[in-house]
Design a binder for this molecule. Structure first.
Ligand code: MG
Length: 392
């Protein structure tokens, strides 16, 4: 029987690639549902091409516009924020691909987890914020989660070479961002322009700033801790500017297994769908003779304080990571708006962590409460700092 797939966030870059991958896989893989927030024109185009049974639009304001565009098709339109949950929990769905920005996809992910479905999670936030809760539900329901983040897909692939008890440590690679060679002192004077000029990747501003602070990698440490149910002490970060080795696993006998590939998201997307099998697909093949030298170095934990914070946050568990992630999102917003300096981003995150009393064994509601508290705290602090600056 064909694997029936739902894609939450089908109009974003991961969603679009997922549809390309599924189309190329052909018989055996079927798109049953797609959903987006507001991009109804593209959503309608996708519906015409892939003929799902369900199309969801999470912003209720856009339901009518969508109905006008695809009213002639034989499918069901679902609207409003609950539509993602409805889709994720459908009996007709085997695999849920989630590529929804931020925490918005969490209720749907949790729904799919409780129903024992295969989850292919593309963005970090769900596992960072609610990793403990998700892992618990997945264990209970017999579902599984497959990573689509390139580093975590690499670790998952390398893990196939041994059993979980045979893993000595996992090594996440990081491109290092624009300040790879900077000192803690250099970082103090970074401008918005410098932070937004990434040497390799062109990404959205939030991710680009996260790559400059290495918060991106810090969040991935926490993501890995939950995905692979591994103590955070066994997770290491290695700077690898060429981004060809996507991550590595060291086994207890000293053998290191790595996954290499071109920086093409189609491969991790496809593997999450076809696992435990591999099939020919549309991802570009790697030609090592063309890559030149591959280099690795240890990150400077003093320059990139986000990394050392990530270990503390992962050890604390509970609500700590929700605060860590939300405080960073809010602080990056302030930085992009020009209201705070680059170095203030991490200071604000640290401040929130200091003031927060961690609670463990919590529900999704409590995690989202901690998230909201951190955001409010950051905007309050930024306002206070501006007032102080205008007085002096
Ligand atoms: Mg990544």
């Amino acid at each position: 029987m064909a694997k029936r797939i739902a894609i939450l966030g089908s109009t974003g870059s991961i969603g679009k690639n997922a549809l390309r991958v599924i189309e190329a896989l052909g018989a055996g893989y079927e798109v049953v549902a797609i959903s987006a927030h507001t991009s109804v024109e593209l959503l309608a185009e996708q519906a015409r091409r892939h003929r799902p049974k369900y199309v969801g639009v999470t912003s209720a304001d856009y339901v009518e516009a969508l109905a006008e565009l695809i009213g002639d098709l034989d499918l069901e339109i679902l609207g409003g924020s609950r539509s993602m949950v409805q889709i994720a929990e459908l009996d007709e769905v085997d695999i849920v691909v989630t590529a929804v920005v931020g925490a918005a996809g969490l209720p749907a992910i949790l729904g799919a987890a409780c129903k024992g479905k295969r989850l292919a999670i593309a963005n970090k936030e769900p596992l960072v914020i609610a990793g403990e809760l998700l892992v618990r539900e997945i264990k209970r329901s017999g579902g599984m989660v497959l990573p689509v983040d390139s580093e975590h897909s690499a670790i998952f692939q390398a893990m196939q070479a041994g059993s979980p008890e045979e893993v000595n440590k996992i090594v996440l690679t990081a491109s290092g961002g624009p300040f790879r060679q900077a000192t803690a002192e250099d970082i103090r004077n970074v401008t918005l322009e410098q932070a937004l000029a990434h040497p390799v990747w062109e990404m959205g501003p939030k991710i680009t700033v996260d790559s400059a602070t290495m918060m991106n990698k810090a969040l991935e440490i926490i993501e890995a801790r939950w995905l692979f149910d591994i103590p955070v002490e066994k997770i290491e970060v290695l700077i690898h500017p060429e981004s060809i080795v996507h991550s590595l696993v060291e086994f207890i006998d000293g053998s290191v297994v790595a996954q290499l590939g071109t920086p093409d998201m189609c491969l991790p997307i496809q593997y999450a769908l076809t696992y435990p099998h591999r099939v020919a697909g549309i991802a570009k093949h790697l030609r090592l003779e063309e890559t030149g030298a591959l280099t690795f170095e240890k990150p400077d934990m003093e320059t990139f304080g986000a990394l050392s914070l990530a270990y503390e946050v992962a050890r604390a568990g509970g609500t700590a990571a929700a605060v860590f992630n939300a405080a960073n999102e809010a602080a990056v917003q302030q930085f992009l708006a020009g209201t705070i300096k680059f170095v203030n981003i991490l200071e604000l995150v640290e401040h929130c962590l200091d003031r927060h009393e961690v609670r463990t064994g919590v529900s999704l509601e409590e995690l989202l409460e901690a998230d909201a508290w951190a955001r409010a705290e950051v905007s309050e602090l930024a306002r206070g700092a501006r007032r102080a600056a205008s007085k002096s």
